[in-house]
Design a protein around this ligand. Sequence first.
Ligand code: ADP
Ligand code: MG
Length: 301
Amino acid sequence: ATPTALLVGTGRGAQQGILIKGPEVLEASTGIDAVVLDKTGTVTTGAMQLTSLLSARQWGGEYEDTELLRLAGSLESASEHPVAHAITNAARESLGSRSGSLPQPENFRNYAGTGVSGEVSGHRVLIGKRRLMGTAGVELPSEVQNLVTEAESRGSTAVLVAIDGVFAGVITVSDTVKETSAEAIEQLVRLGMEPLLLTGDNAGAAHRVADEVGITSVVAEALPEDKVATIRALQSEGKTVAMIGDGVNDAAALAQAELGIAMGTGTDVAIAAADITIIRGDLRSAADAVRLSRRTLRTIR
Ligand code: ADP
Ligand code: MG
């Protein structure tokens, strides 16, 4: 039989906006000494904004800014990713009343952690990391490498666009740290957990966020399988790990960790894989959840 105290504990959680999957989760929460945090949408708001757009016109490209943004925005309207929302929103804004004309892409494909592809208005559009362009055989002007590196060192996320297999432009996006994230991480550290920032984004963007919230360990450019491997590596060092995330790409890592915590503002896949869901997406609730577990178990033992 489940001790009454555990049921009371999960009930208290619900009142605080912390949904705990079952009473056994409280026990899993007690020995945690490492906490791995996804960046976008977990530590940051996930409300990415387009910060610059550079068409490849100067390298002889065919598409000027408006058409580039229209094709990119159309393709990204099929993606749930924060990078995609930034691009689609900017396209809608630039098109204004004509934004009804943002066409649905056909043959949409998502490449986890690297980008997307599909057909818009009869053109093949590809958006994502340099790696993705390389795989697709898209040739890049040599200056583009420097542009990307420079944007990344400023803490931005840069994605490249190719249309019909030809490089068409660079788009940069970025978002801001949630107001409560730094305080939440301080609380987690005080509870005895060592924080690590884990992201599919570039190292520059990752370090900008890590510095801002007081995290010194960073793993960037991580594909979903690298996220799982990072959790496993900590576990094989003898750590008991909590993972906090919101994305489809976090689901396997959330399941691998001893304690998976999903943002209620995140994807259904992440919520399904997690042990605890934080309704309001305020990271301080993760510290509240750990405190609640410890307090509840003390009353039993
Ligand atoms: P995170 O761990 O920060 O949630 P992801 O693994 O989801 O990051 O994505 C990593 C990177 O892959 C993004 O920073 C971006 O460069 C690229 N990417 C992912 N999805 C898209 C998309 N829909 N459009 C363009 N680029 C994308
Ligand atoms: Mg995320």
